[in-house]
Design a protein around this ligand. Structure first.
Ligand code: N01
Length: 545
């Protein structure tokens, strides 16, 4: 007999158990909403659960890259290094899950495959891959901006006789690279971490580079306990600064207004100081403010880094191939430990696949237009279908059965209101969604702001008997236009990168990150809430009846 499956009723369903999902669950539960988080992986941690590749680290400072919602948590957790290893961040997120007893409402190994808004009862019907059906008043995405791996569709990959891995889905089991001929495709933040980490272990490493990248030394080090004590003692100030800063970091911006107002000697002096101190943030906080806004200012730093590459890399031809030409900072700025130095090793070679594109993967390795490279292992450090990829993996349908993909990709533009909501999809929220500061900010700061805003909003709806909240089309139009205008005033839109979607063939070119600053963005969101959720249409239970 065919038994009808039971539908589980909840206030909220949250997708993903990374930073976003964990905190969302905590806040909604505290506010008295029945909530369940679904996570496709077999553990909490989101990208930090999956990105176990050799050399994986955070390139934001560890203390800054933490939650601040709990002073107790902030004070009892001790980061060991300035830039944490993936394993330490994963340990932290597991600690958070245990400390706040989150696991009982997290279902692991379960993928949400669809979420359909039902206009009859104003609820979301949600299906999982293991056949459960849920009904929730609110559908909340915590899928992250960089969680859907981009594996380029090279001809012949299925015939490769060796092993291949994408860094974003690195296996839990130890991958033995010792004595192997390894190829790495991709030299973004990830490739630049993997390459120096594995070079000493492998027999030979061949790097397939499409775009040469600027990278600066991280100069990672163990934390000075005295520094950590001072930060913890000033928790409230740390938290306030992080929330109202431009980038979501607690640091003061000491950068001078323009690189063009200083002499070349003064500029080199500042750039050299930042290079010696290490970390991308040293350049943005302590050199010049117009590096990503003005082409000539940008070129001064670009030249400085290109000269560094020439000085570090012994072989002039390799140094030339490693020298980037795009506007510094318009691809995600990168920091490293011994990246350029790695090309001085005898067992490392560089292939320029822009000049000689990859034609196919053969059973024995990779064939480019200039020949075949025999390999035992291929590592794809080829990035992500960013910003929208993970949302589109779920069949999300709003009013009139319209899918999110149809709305955003078939329309002339992806449009959201504040990056939190989108018209036609009532009672759906996106944590760090498209057109919010997200990945061009310190992400945990932006996650905290969104989670708190969403929780306050849902409480407001409950307290005021409001059944439906939906972004208005004109408010969304205006926000989206504002986002594009702010971006167009920078150099970001001029470069092909995952920021613009250009890394995924066929993806529409759109810049979906709000560049107006974390602090001003927070104020804007708070003002909208204060004005009774201006720009949203609200429908009460009574009206509906
Ligand atoms: O990915 P990417 P990533 N043939 O897209 C190349 C975050 N992150 O994983 O530049 C050949 O930046 C591509 O070439 P090109 C961080 O936000 C954070 O490195 O497109 N090559 C590029 O070199 C970061 O920005 C941390 O020409 C191909 C590379 O693959 C984001 O994740 C650490 C290709 C992809 O670079 C993504 O970084 C690591 C093809 N068909 C990552 N397709 C932290 O520390 C792509 N490439 C927090």
């Amino acid at each position: 007999m065919n038994q009808k499956k039971e539908v589980v009723h909840l206030d909220a369903v949250v997708v993903g158990a990374g930073f976003s999902g964990l905190y969302m669950l905590y806040r909604l539960r505290e506010a008295g909403f029945s909530t369940r988080v679904f996570e496709a992986a077999d553990g909490v941690g989101g990208v930090w659960h999956k990105n176990r590749y050799p050399g994986a680290r955070c390139d934001n400072e560890s203390i800054d890259y933490s939650f601040t919602f709990s002073e107790e948590l902030f004070k009892e957790w001790n980061w060991s290094e300035k830039f944490s290893k993936q394993s330490e961040i994963l340990e932290y997120l597991n600690y958070v899950a245990d400390k706040f007893d989150l696991r009982r409402d997290i279902q692991l190994n379960t993928r949400i495959i669809s979420a359909h808004y039902n206009e009859e009862d104003n609820r979301w019907t949600i299906q999982t891959n293991e056949g459960s059906t849920l009904s929730a008043k609110y559908f909340i995405s915590g899928v992250g901006c960089l969680s859907t791996a981009n594996v380029p569709k090279f001809k012949g990959l299925d015939r490769f006789e060796g092993k291949w891995y994408h860094t974003g889905n690195w296996p839990k089991e130890q991958v033995s690279l010792k004595g192997k001929r390894v190829g790495v495709i991709g030299t973004g933040s990830t490739g630049i971490q993997v390459i120096p980490a594995i070079a000493p272990e492998v027999d030979h490493l061949t790097v397939f580079q499409r775009t040469a990248q600027y990278s600066v030394p991280s100069r990672n080090h163990a934390y000075d306990p005295e520094y950590v004590r001072q930060v913890k003692d000033n928790f409230n100030e740390f938290k306030r600064k992080r929330r109202y800063s431009f980038g979501g970091f607690p640091n003061d911006i000491e950068a001078r207004p323009s690189a063009l107002e200083d002499t070349p000697e003064e500029r080199d002096h500042l750039y050299e100081a930042a290079w010696q101190k290490g970390g991308v943030s040293s350049f943005f906080l302590e050199t010049y403010q117009d590096l990503t806004a003005n082409e000539d200012a940008n070129e001064t730093l670009s030249v400085f880094i290109r000269n560094k590459i020439k000085n570090i890399v012994h072989d002039p031809e390799t140094a030339e191939k490693l020298s980037p030409t795009y506007y510094y900072g318009t691809k995600r700025p990168i920091q490293d430990t011994n990246y350029y130095e790695t090309y001085n090793r005898d067992n490392v070679s560089l292939v320029d696949v822009k000049a000689n594109p990859i034609m196919e993967i053969t059973p024995k390795g990779i064939r480019t237009t200039d020949g075949e490279y025999e390999l035992d292992i291929i590592i794809f450090a080829t990035g992500y279908d960013a910003m929208t990829g993970s949302l589109f993996k779920i069949d999300i349908r709003g009013k009139d059965n319209v899918t999110l993909k149809e709305k955003w990709e078939n329309g002339e533009q992806t449009k959201t209101y504040l990056g939190i909501a989108t018209s036609g999809f009532p009672n759906m929220f996106m944590i760090t969604g498209p057109e919010s500061p997200s990945v061009l900010s310190n992400v945990p700061t932006s996650i905290e702001q969104h989670v708190e805003w969403i929780t306050d909003c849902i409480e407001y709806l409950r307290d005021n008997d409001i059944e439906i909240l939906e972004a208005k089309e004109d408010a969304e139009e205006a926000w989206s236009k504002h986002c594009r205008e702010v971006a167009e005033a920078t150099l970001f839109t001029k470069t092909d990168s995952w920021y613009t979607g250009a890394n995924v063939p066929g993806k529409p070119r759109r810049f979906l990150i709000y560049l107006g600053g974390v602090g001003p963005y927070r104020e804007k969101c708070s003002e909208i809430a204060f004005k009774g959720y201006e720009g949203f249409s609200l429908q009460s239970t009574m009206e509906k009846a």
